[in-house]
Design a protein around this ligand. Structure first.
Ligand SMILES: [Zn+2]
Length: 469
């Protein structure tokens, strides 16, 4: 073998070893809050049924090469809440329900993968479709003994030094519910060098110069983005916030970034037992994952994307006793149960005279497809007419309260009728135990197989990325 050939071979070998030792540079962690197996499978079957197919229409993230399942119990409960679930995913430690970034002893402060990424010189972004101080995002930057301490959680956000935050708003920025309130969270943001942008226009005006950004919706105290099924042009979306995050984080000094994106309203729609809204919400979450996937295609050797959930919500069951599904029934649903409830109540309150049954019937045809694409039995129509009488004629505000919403019973009943057409059922309006899915693509992600516990995800990602302890 001649000497020049040998040197060439050695050089190639050296490059290969260096590449293998190089750490992951871009880490995406997507959390579908409440997104159990049935929420994902149901969305894919709903999309297929809309096309007249029995089977699945694949989302982007379900086609990732690594697919496994994750156990979700907390340190104290077989059924976790989002605080313990978020803490397990962020910090790799089981804790008690309600705790944020703290161990079950309620005193030990844990370290999140986002904090480790920051310490390692990477840029860090946290994005959610609900409030930025809600349990899941909070578990990545805050440490509090109670998830409801929204002011205290909010105050820890600017102190994190993370580069990009996006969410609907802050729930208690002035400390109205705090034991001891100091400065408003908005003042602290300014003191820590953050630019607060209310809406995408302000984000664009702020100029993407690499400075620290907090992007919120136009109302900085809003609880959540508009649910995907109710969205109108101009409403801020999870996908837009993810695009803004990638755009800001990629302007770093080349050390890479860690980005967590939560689809928080999947959980909220499950709490309301609103399957038609859930499927649109999962589709919307998938659209945000697509942003990361496009980035991955440009940087395939340096990027990893993990998509998982903190727990299942609602005990969603695809099937109600018959060997049949009719998910296509949800195709004609145009509003979430909350919006349906609000519009029905508005229709009553804003009419000079009591709206006729025919008017309300047309409203249900327009927004749920009833008597059009969704045929109703005489009993179902009778039950709806009784609720119509209660709400519109007797003007009784009969309501049903779930975790995040209080809806007119009339609206909740209409959605239950849709469920019976679809043969979908729910066990409760709260969380359930059971595996959640995990999908991954990118360098080193074969490490996410086989079955995992939710505490193993952050340490595995941190190891692949070479984050400091
Ligand atoms: Zn929940």
């Amino acid at each position: 073998m001649n000497k020049r050939y040998l040197i060439l071979l050695l050089a190639i070998a050296l490059c290969t070893v260096q590449a293998a030792a190089q750490n992951l540079k871009y880490v995406f962690l997507f959390i579908g809050d409440g997104m159990g197996m049935a929420q994902v499978d149901g969305t894919e079957m709903f999309l297929a049924e809309k096309e007249g197919i029995i089977g699945t229409h694949s989302l982007c993230f379900t086609q990732f090469p690594v697919a496994t399942m994750v156990t979700t119990h907390s340190a104290t409960n077989s059924v976790t809440d989002s605080a313990a679930g978020g803490t397990a995913l962020a910090c790799g430690t089981k804790t008690a329900n309600h705790l944020i970034g703290m161990a079950a002893d309620t005193t030990t402060v844990l370290t999140s993968i986002a904090e480790r990424a920051k310490r390692s010189g990477c840029r860090v972004g946290i994005v959610t479709s609900v409030s930025i101080d809600h349990a899941t995002p909070a578990a990545f930057y805050a440490h509090q003994p109670d998830r409801n301490m929204y002011y205290e959680i909010g105050c820890q956000l600017p102190a994190s030094g993370f580069d990009f935050f996006a969410g609907a708003g802050f729930l208690d920025p002035y400390g109205k519910d705090a034991k001891e309130a100091g400065k408003p969270v908005f003042d602290l943001l300014g003191e820590h060098g953050y630019t607060l942008c209310l809406g995408l226009d302000e984000y664009a005006d702020a100029g993407n110069d690499g400075g620290k950004i907090v992007l919120l919706s136009k109302d900085p105290q809003s609880k959540a983005l508009v649910t995907a099924i109710d969205r109108r042009p101009g409403d801020l979306t999870l996908r837009q916030m993810t695009e803004a995050a990638v755009s800001t984080l990629a302007r770093g000094d080349g050390k890479g970034f860690f980005l967590m994106v939560e689809g928080g309203k999947i959980d909220w729609s499950c709490h309301s037992n609103d399957a038609g809204a859930v499927f649109r919400e999962v589709e919307d979450f998938d659209s945000a994952v697509q942003v990361a996937y496009d980035f991955y295609l440009q940087h395939p050797d340096e990027t990893a994307i993990v998509v998982t959930a903190d727990h299942e919500t609602g005990g969603l069951a695809l099937g109600d006793g018959l060997y049949v599904l009719g998910l296509k029934a949800y195709a004609s649903q145009r509003l979430s149960v909350e919006e349906l409830s609000a519009r029905l109540t508005d229709l009553r309150n804003n009419s000079a005279t009591t709206p006729e049954w025919e008017t309300v019937r047309r409203f249900l045809t327009t927004n749920l497809g009833f008597w059009d694409t969704v045929a109703l039995t005489a009993d179902e129509e009778k039950a709806l007419r009784e609720e119509y009488h209660e709400l519109f004629v007797a003007r009784h505000d009969n309501e049903e309260e779930t975790h995040y919403a209080t809806n007119a019973r009339f609206a909740a009943m209409a959605i239950r009728i849709l469920d019976s057409k679809a043969h979908v059922s729910w066990a409760s309006t709260e969380h359930s135990a059971g595996y959640v899915p995990l999908f991954a693509i990118g360098r080193g992600t074969e490490a996410f197989s086989p079955k995992m516990d939710n505490t193993q995800i952050a340490p595995t990602l941190a190891r692949l990325a070479g984050y400091a302890e």
